[in-house]
Design a binder for this molecule. Structure first.
Ligand code: CP
Length: 334
């Protein structure tokens, strides 16, 4: 196991299974301390700079509260508060912030550029760069999901069927990064992941290829179907989630024409909604997960997300505990 201090956290692909297990152990330790009301000043007087190009509820507040609970402080930054808005380079931003604090966290989900921006920050920063989500990955969400799954299903996840299904939403075209990080991670733990999506809403081919390789190595599996019902049949976990049709295009140009095509494609699939009929196809003990925010009534009905099968609030709470573990390990520790 490599030392954690100073390492970037942009994709869980950079972390071995042994290291991910350790992150989960630390998360459990911090969760226990939090519940017991015991202090954990592991990052006393340390500063995290959080740069959000997009809105956030869970990521922003889990990391800001997390830094407070660890004895440090987080700066809640957006481009309009920074010289980024006047074109300051990622290099200058990263070098300057590296001289003032101990960690840089960034969310940049612009398709085709977000992950590149984070890697550019990481190239020039001398402190860890932590992804708060980009266009390709959302590792903070995936690790919280894994902790939540373990809490409900135990340590041995071999053979657990997880249905990750695209779902209709009108709120916004969500990034691909949540399902992509999930398919890259879950099969490493022996889970059988089935992804369902309409043909116009694929995941990135390069990510899928790597995820299939990890599935083989980890003893899990990854398969794709074109029907939500088929995916949820006999599932232990259902994750109904919208994502944009960015990867449908050979090259994403962010043009009005492409957005219009995506909107037209979306309207063809209004019936992709997780409702109680879907739940009946799954195992009796099925759990409903969702990274949130959910487009209630579209992605998933109120009855399902508020029902007894839903564990979405436990999943959201675990963003705090796993986020703190990542901060404590990469910005502090030995
Ligand atoms: N799941 C998640 O990342 O939520 P936020 O967009 O609210 O941070």
């Amino acid at each position: 196991m490599k030392i954690f201090r100073g390492r970037n956290f942009i994709t869980l692909e950079d972390y071995s299974k042994q290291e991910i297990d350790f992150i989960l152990e630390v998360s459990g330790y911090l969760k226990m301390k939090y519940i017991l009301g015991e202090e954990t000043p592991l990052l006393k007087d340390k500063t995290l700079f959080m740069i959000f190009f997009e809105q956030s509820t869970r990521t922003r507040n889990s990391l800001e509260a997390g830094m407070t609970q660890l004895g440090g402080h987080a700066h809640d930054l957006t481009p309009n508060k920074m010289q980024l808005s006047h074109g300051e380079s990622a290099k200058d931003t990263a070098v300057v912030l590296s001289r003032m604090g101990e960690g840089i966290a960034c969310r940049n989900c612009f398709y085709g550029t977000g992950n590149k921006y984070l890697n550019e920050l990481a190239k020039h920063a001398s402190i860890p760069v932590i992804s708060m989500q980009d266009d390709v990955y959302h590792p903070l969400q995936a690790i919280a999901d894994l902790l939540t799954i373990r809490e409900y299903f135990g340590q041995n996840l071999k053979g657990l069927k997880v249905a990750i299904t695209w779902a209709y939403a009108t709120s916004h075209a969500k990034p691909l990064s949540v399902p992509q990080s999930q398919i890259l991670l879950f099969p490493r733990y022996g889970m059988d992941v089935v992804v369902a999506h309409p043909e116009e809403f694929p995941l990135q081919r390069d990510v899928v290829d790597r995820a299939k390789r990890y599935a083989e190595e980890g003893g899990g599996s990854l398969s794709f179907v074109g029907d939500m019902r088929e995916a949820v049949k006999d599932a232990d976990i259902i994750i109904p989630k919208n994502w944009g049709g960015f990867a449908y295009f050979d090259t994403w140009e962010d043009s009005e024409e492409q957005w219009e095509m995506m909107k037209n494609n979306l309207e063809k699939h209004k019936d992709w909604r997780c409702d109680t009929d879907m739940l009946k196809l799954a195992k009796r003990h099925v759990k409903i997960m969702h990274a949130l925010p959910a487009d209630r009534g579209n992605e998933v009905t109120d009855e399902v997300i508020d029902g007894e099968r839903s564990i979405v609030y436990d999943e959201a709470e675990n963003r705090l505990h796993t986020g703190k573990a990542i901060l404590a390990l990469t910005m502090g520790g030995k």
